[in-house]
Design a protein around this ligand. Structure first.
Ligand SMILES: [Zn+2]
Length: 313
């Protein structure tokens, strides 16, 4: 039995996950960044102990998926937007000491990629790229069942590959990154930049609301959806051209409206990827649902200790 810990900007979720990727129990609390890391760790410990006692199981290990950047091998939290003051804290070392088991951690997109590859939509795919499309764009690359890592274990930042160098400013400091053009907030920014004074839906626009308006036939929202599909498609087409993967698995909140985007995405891939067998790349939706992050966190443990040979790979 693996305990899974999913550390996000707004909440910390924990669960018990069996060897087939099934979540047997779960609990969550708000991250409460202001109360500090030590307090958040204590809350996480309490939630985990309660689950373990209720289930009457012995813990084999703990897997963590965290919003990044994190160092997967030292276990240290990096310069994370949501909790800058937690930099240098080490949940891997801390949970390992508290529970006396082996602990492994990855960036949450990598964790979800590993879970989809092992237990989800990417099962039996050799070369898989998982992309999560929400308030940002994250991705994980799994080749032959193993996570692709860059130099010194670096996590590639696919959301920041440049689609249009004359595009909008990105939070990374550059312009026209994929994320700045195709993440949920980009859709809202575009509508806000072109909407007329008397646009009836000016207030409280969100990506979800834009999708709803498009379904209701609102012309501007439909244009926004078309534009979104185009930019999603361009970024994904780049991945198809660069990697010629077996599968691209799409998750994240924007993909809750996938039916609005998939035709446009596939059309762009057909137009852009003529020199690779793009028709063999299965562009599909993530299949692990709401528990994907917990399942991913548990998979991090299996991947690290069964496939990579430990915390010093
Ligand atoms: Zn960027």
């Amino acid at each position: 039995m693996i305990a899974a810990v999913d550390i996000g900007g707004t909440k910390i979720a924990v669960g018990l996950v069996d060897d087939d990727g099934r979540v047997l129990s779960r609990a969550e609390c708000s991250t409460d960044v202001e109360r500090g890391y030590t307090e958040a760790l204590a809350r996480t410990e309490r939630m985990l102990r309660a689950l373990i006692i209720a289930a009457g199981v012995e813990l084999t290990g703990i897997g963590i998926g965290s919003t990044g950047p994190v160092d997967p091998f030292t276990g240290e939290i990096g310069d994370v937007n949501f909790f800058p003051a937690w930099r240098g804290q080490n949940p891997v070392a801390d949970l390992s000491r508290i529970f006396g088991v082996l602990v492994a951690m990855e960036n949450d997109a990598d964790a979800a990629a590993l879970a989809e590859a092992a237990w989800g939509a990417g099962k039996n795919k050799k070369h898989l790229i998982y992309v999560t499309l929400g308030t940002g764009i994250g991705a994980g690359i799994v080749l032959h069942g193993k996570l692709y890592r860059g130099v010194d274990g670096a996590h590639p930042e696919i959301g920041h590959h440049v689609i249009d160098a004359s595009g909008p400013p990105c939070l990374c400091g550059f312009h026209g990154c994929w994320e700045s053009l195709a993440a949920g907030p980009a859709m809202v920014s575009w509508v806000e930049s072109v909407m007329p004074e008397d646009y009836p839906h000016r207030d409280h626009l969100t990506a979800k609301r834009v999708c709803e308006l498009a379904r209701e036939g609102d012309a501007l929202a439909r244009q926004a959806v078309e534009r979104e599909a185009r930019y999603l498609g361009l970024g994904l087409a780049n991945l198809v051209t660069l990697f010629a993967p077996d599968a691209i698995v799409l998750g994240g909140s924007v993909m809750k409206s996938a039916d609005l985007f998939l035709d446009g995405i596939r059309k762009t891939i057909r137009q852009c990827c003529r020199f690779v067998p793009y028709e063999k790349t299965d562009v599909t939706l993530a299949s692990l649902g709401e528990d994907a992050n917990l399942i991913g966190a548990a998979r991090v443990w299996h991947h690290r200790f069964a496939q990579e040979g430990g915390n010093h790979a």
